[in-house]
Design a protein around this ligand. Sequence first.
Ligand code: HSE
Length: 315
Amino acid sequence: MKPRSVKTYAPATISNLGPGFDTLGVAINSPGDTVVARRRSEPGLGFSVATKNAGVPLDAKKNVASFVASLLLNEKHPSFGIEMILHKSMPVGSGLGSSAASSVAAAVAVNALLVKPLSKADLLPFILEGERLACGSAHADNAAPSLLGGGCLIRSYDPLDVVPFPVNPSLVWIVVHPNTEVLTKKARTILPDQIPLRSAIRQWGNVAGLIMGLGAGDRDLIKRCVEDVVAEPLRAQLIPGFYDVKKAALAAGALGCSISGSGPSIFAIASSMQKARIIGTQMAKTFRLVANIESNVYISRTNGIGARIAWRKGA
Ligand code: HSE
C-alpha cells in the first residue's frame, strides 16, 4: 500500500572538492531541506514554502522544489494531486547545494506517493532540471550526492554517468558558511570557456589522486590533491577573506581546503572530529577578523545515505 503523506529530508553537499569542477561531490549530514507532501483528490500540485531565509522563491513556477515536483507529476500523471510544503532551512547562494537539496527533497517526496515509484537514480534527470532553473546549468555534483549519498563522481553528462566513490570513514568534513551570498549563476559566468592544457593536466592529476586519497584515507595524498587551478583563483575574489581563511584552516591541520561549490562557503577536510572542531573554529574566527563576517560552521562525516524518507503515513 502506498503512503498518503510523507516527509523527506535531503542533505547539503560539498561540490567540486577543490579540483573536481562539476564532477565531484559528497553529501554531509546537515544542514538540509525538508519536504512534507500528501496526496489530494484535486489533480496538480499545491505548493507553499515555510522559511525564515531570504531569497527563497515563493512562486511555484520559480521555486526549484515545485518545478521538479511538477515535472515528475507531468511525466507520471497520477490520478491524484499533491499538496507540498517545502521547509527551507538552507540559505540560498551558500555553496552548500541549497537548490539541489530542495529539488531532491521534493522529487523523493512526490516519488514516494506514486503508485509505481521510480528508482532514486531515475529521479536525477528531473532534479537536474531544477538545477538548470536555479543557475542556468544542469550540473549534478550537488544533486547526485544529495540524492544518493556518499561521494559521487559525475564521469559524464552526456550520457549522464554517476559513479559512487568511497570516502574513508576516518575523514571529517568542515564547511564554514559566511553570512554573505554568492549566486552560482554569477560565479559560473566569471569562469573561462577554455583552459590551458597545462592547467587541465594538473587538474586531471589532482582529481584522480583525490579520489584515491579519499578512498584510502591517505592524508598526504589528499593534502597534495585539494588544489584547484581552474575555478578557485577566479572565484576567490567573490569571497572576502578567502585566502586568509584557507591559510588558517591549513595552519590548524586541515588536509585540504577550498571553495565549497561556487561559494561563499569554504570546506576543509580533517583526519578526526577533534581536529575538525579546531579547524572550524579557526576558520570562523578568521572570517570575523579579516572580513568582519560571522559564519556558521558545519562538521560532519560523510553522509552515506543521501535523501531519506523521515516518515510516511496512511495507506
Ligand atoms: N559545480 C558547481 C559550480 C557547483 O562550481 O558552479 C555549484 O554549487
